[in-house]
Design a protein around this ligand. Structure first.
Ligand code: PMP
Length: 366
């Protein structure tokens, strides 16, 4: 490992070393300006160029059609749980459908209830959030303003491999893509709204990206705070107020790196390979390691597993792994166990090292 550790954190998460080194080289004197980018006016020519390039590169990566705005926002993906119903529902009595496939979509649903008549169209709670429904089992309300999904549940490791068709009259599908954003190609035209906190796959915390269909912008509920109204940011090219300049700049460097890798189809291949060897190691352990998630919906980003031998062995596993330079492997406090987050920037060598460690740990602790 170039920095002595492989960081399996769920987010903020590991970033490409080349991006960090470039940011380091430009930190004190940004491209000959004599200032760092975090000391400059967000309305100056340097930052203007940086945010425009970041948007253009993201549009290229995801092939974002002209029908959609790209917005750089603040307040985390958590703020989008409120922004979605505030922007897409005409009033708090407008219905909205939620697929609740884990902790994050549950949080989104609960927040949306304040600003819409949100209801659960399918819940994975009884199955402990280890599966997704066949799409025809989602009980969609034809009157709903939108259907909301979380494309990748960061805690439970459940990922949509395809997307349900919204059966509501508006035809709007909304996705929280925080933890698999830019990990693979996505047909953006299928979505009315995509939002994602940057701090897993594309940058540091502090910036949240929203991709919203233009015709859905401009009809927010009257009570909508100015900062949550997509129109505010669309009308001002994400510069209504002071944006998170440094975070946006780093995202821009990550987008450049992803394009240089050959784009998201290439990135997806790498991610599938990394996740494949990790799930294979779990499944080939004879029940020593257990991933509870149904195979067809296992996440390429967050791999949760337990040790059949129990909690003390999990603690030992996590501690010994850390000693060998594989850090942040503890499962989320709500579910325990082990979780390996293997976002875009996790090198294959990091996953290979983890897999070798798992085999060794099992051999030493049969
Ligand atoms: N949605 C998902 C899928 C997440 O993983 C997270 C963060 N872990 C959030 C929403 C909340 O994001 P933030 O902390 O940026 O508000």
């Amino acid at each position: 490992a170039d920095r002595g550790v492989y960081n399996f954190a769920a987010g903020p998460a590991t970033l490409p070393l080349s991006v960090l080194q470039r940011a380091q080289a430009e930190l004190v004197d940004y491209r000959g300006s004599g200032m760092s980018i975090m000391e400059m006016s967000h309305r100056g020519k340097e930052f203007d160029a940086a945010i425009k390039k970041a948007e253009a590169d993201l549009r290229a990566l995801l092939a974002v059609p002209d029908t959609h705005e790209v917005l750089f926002l603040q307040g985390g993906a958590t703020s989008q749980f409120a922004a979605a119903p505030l922007n897409l529902c005409a009033s708090p009595s407008d219905p909205a459908d939620f697929v609740v496939s884990g902790s994050w979509s549950d949080k989104a649903f609960k927040e949306a209830k304040k600003f819409s008549a949100a209801s659960v169209a399918w819940s994975g709670k009884d199955g402990k959030y280890t599966s997704l429904p066949p799409f025809d089992a989602i009980e969609q309300n034809p009157e709903a303003r939108f259907l909301h999904i979380c494309s990748n549940e960061t805690i439970h490791g459940v990922e949509f491999k395809d997307y349900p068709e919204p059966k509501n009259k508006s035809g709007i599908l909304v996705a929280d893509m925080s933890s698999n954003f830019c990990s693979k190609p996505v047909d953006v035209s299928r979505f009315g709204l995509i939002y994602a906190g940057a701090q897993k796959n594309v940058g540091p915390s502090g910036v949240t990206i929203a991709i919203v269909r233009k015709d859905l912008v401009g009809s927010a509920q009257p009570i909508t705070p100015v900062m949550l109204d997509y129109k505010t940011h669309a009308d001002n090219a994400s510069l209504y107020n002071t944006p998170p300049c440094f975070a946006i700049y780093i995202c821009g460097l990550v987008f450049e790196d992803l394009l240089a890798q050959g784009g998201l189809a290439e990135v997806e291949k790498k991610n599938a390979h990394k996740a494949g060897i990790l799930y294979d190691a779990i499944d080939a352990s004879g029940g020593y390691y257990i991933c509870p998630v149904e195979k067809s919906v296992r996440s390429l980003m967050n791999v949760p597993f337990t040790l059949a031998k129990g909690g003390d062995f999990e603690k030992q596993f996590i501690a010994e792994a850390a000693k060998e330079g594989m850090v942040q492997l503890k499962g989320h406090r709500s579910v325990g166990g082990v979780r390996a987050s293997i976002y875009n920037a996790m090198p294959l060598a990091g996953v290979e090292k983890l897999v070798a460690f798992m085999k060794d740990f099992q051999a030493r602790n049969p």
